[in-house]
Design a protein around this ligand. Structure first.
Ligand code: FCB
Length: 441
């Protein structure tokens, strides 16, 4: 045995994640297309355009790379606006296209994990008030029924909704996502309907496919009071932690939804997870700010001592990753890491980020946590929402104009890990030697 090497459990899943709007291209029938077309909403006036051209078949090239590089799972999403372009009108050819894609993914030797809602809504849903509308959960359930009905022989691992709290905070608090509101009451209403949507989807999937594993992907944000001794910092931190990290996930355990001053009981949501999906990127410090009511009386910033990503979006905070896994464990369900990564066009931070974060996963597994897989964001650079093409999360670089893919050095690092099912000692020595110091930072 190679002393010091971090071994992962047998059958551990290694992969990458993508989402429909970010990679498919020509998604012109959803709320993000409207956002794209609205001046001032997307950085530099960019659009998703062809994205990574997956709808024309380029997924084959990207996922062939994934398999050559030792991956065995891929997380992708289905675009509701393609399946149901108009209310109740189903596009069978879109379903067929996803069937072909999923068959191809299986033929490559990848296990598909399929997300049913990854930030995008059909325009007709958006025009009826999106998830503020009580009826959206039932429409979502019909789409889920149709989609899972058509694909259940190819998929047994479903993510209902990606990062519901990011959808809520970005769309209804900070306003960076459509519909660009700052309205706490509407935020609660949307969160409540997303819980209802998740619950309907969970029951629908299990009716069609009793053995399916169904969960959602939680964006866990690690956070801490900037001044531990200052009570108001602790209050705003606890408030944010509860509303951002706990509200949605707890409702899926006990049916009780609590968000700011609002509460509701949603019994249909009780016990509607078979696994917990964790998306983790970074950690904030939080300060109380009396004159920032729109920002919920707080200022958030990164630890000035932390290593920063290229566009300042992410601070390397691997211990926060461990916290996210500890948090996930309290749900007593298998854990999948459904996203983790960093934007880095020059690949100067990624090797360190990847190594230190995977070390935390390994450590968590040593303490007995049931972690089934690690899915990196992302396989190839893709359209990063309102930040568009300024953020490069891909292991592979994408030239958006020519669609040419180029390997970044991290491909080889991740390949070594996936192929050996280990975090080899040599990689730690090379990219994160501080982990071998007597007291790692
Ligand atoms: C997550 C999103 C994903 C991607 C990464 C960088 O919040 O789920 O689509 O944008 O961030």
């Amino acid at each position: 045995m190679n002393k010091g090497t971090c071994f992962f459990p047998k059958r551990f899943l290694w992969g990458t994640a993508t989402s429909s709007h970010q990679v498919e291209g020509n998604n012109t029938n959803n709320n993000w297309y409207i956002w794209d077309q609205t001046p001032g909403k997307i950085i530099g006036g960019a659009t998703a355009g062809l994205a990574c051209d997956w709808w024309n078949g380029r997924w084959k090239e990207d996922l062939a790379h994934a398999v050559e590089d030792g991956q065995n799972i891929h997380r992708l999403s289905i675009e509701w606006s393609r399946i149901e372009p108009q209310p109740g009108k189903w596009d069978e050819s879109a379903l067929l296209a996803y069937r072909e894609m999923l068959k191809g993914i299986l033929a490559l030797g990848l296990k598909p994990m399929v997300t049913l809602h990854h930030f995008t809504d059909p325009i007709w849903i958006y025009e009826r008030g999106g998830w503020e509308n009580e009826e959206t959960a039932a429409h979502f359930a019909q789409y889920v029924e149709k989609t899972v009905g058509a694909l259940h022989d190819l998929v047994d691992l479903w993510v209902t909704i990606n990062e519901p709290t990011v959808y809520v905070f970005s769309g209804y608090m900070s306003g960076e996502f459509p519909p660009g509101k700052n309205d706490a009451k509407a935020a609660f209403q949307v969160l409540r309907n997303l819980v209802r949507g998740h619950a309907c989807a969970y029951h629908t999937i299990h009716r069609i496919q009793p053995t399916a594993m169904v969960g959602f992907a939680k964006n866990f944000r690690a956070m801490a009071p900037a001044r531990k001794w200052f009570l108001p910092d602790r209050w705003v931190n606890t408030f944010s932690y509860n509303s951002f990290n706990n509200a949605f996930a707890d409702a899926l355990i006990n049916g009780k939804l609590k968000f700011a001053m609002w509460k509701d009981i949603l019994p249909e949501a009780i016990a509607t997870q078979d696994f917990i999906g964790v998306n983790y990127y970074t950690r904030d410090l939080i300060k109380f700010r009396l004159f920032k009511p729109k920002e919920i009386f707080q200022e958030r910033f990164f630890d000035p001592a932390a290593e920063m990503s290229e566009t300042g979006f992410i601070a390397t905070e691997p211990v926060g990753f461990y916290e996210s896994l500890q948090w996930a464990q309290r749900y007593k369900l298998p854990i999948y890491i459904t996203e983790n990564g960093v934007e880095d066009s020059r690949d100067s931070v990624r090797p360190h980020y990847l190594t230190t974060h995977l070390f935390q996963v390994w450590k968590a597994i040593q303490t007995g946590m049931d972690i089934r897989g690690y899915i990196h964001w992302s396989q190839v650079d893709n359209f990063e929402w309102e930040r568009a093409w300024t953020q490069r999360f891909g292991l592979w670089e994408l030239d958006v104009a020519t669609q040419k893919r180029t390997r970044r050095p991290s491909v080889d690092i991740y390949r070594d890990i996936c192929m050996s099912n280990e975090l080899p000692l040599e990689l730690i020595q090379l990219h994160a030697p501080e982990l071998l110091e007597p007291r790692p930072r």
